[in-house]
Design a protein around this ligand. Sequence first.
Ligand SMILES: [Zn+2]
Length: 108
Amino acid sequence: MSLDASRIEPRPERLTAHEARQRLEHARNTRMTQLQALSEGGQADDQLVSAQQAAIERVLKEIDEAFARIDAGIYGACMGCGKPVPGERLEILPYTRYCVACQRRAAA
Ligand SMILES: [Zn+2]
């Protein structure tokens, strides 16, 4: 007889590198699709469109930087205070560099 409890795996505090990569790949694919849809809109001189494109390109750059942080083994640590960024925040913003408190400070 074995204990059922032994089958329940503890939920990891931090994303594994594999999970993080998957989330980032997904985020990148979504942005690439958006970028393509915008460029196919045929209104390239539209200020709103170019502002949206610039915003998406900024996120793509942040995603690239997040991939680099995985390679460096520092993914998930806040670049401001060095503490781990909460998992639920990384689920929403897998490429974020800051925890909520430092993000607020950076934006202020
Ligand atoms: Zn922080």
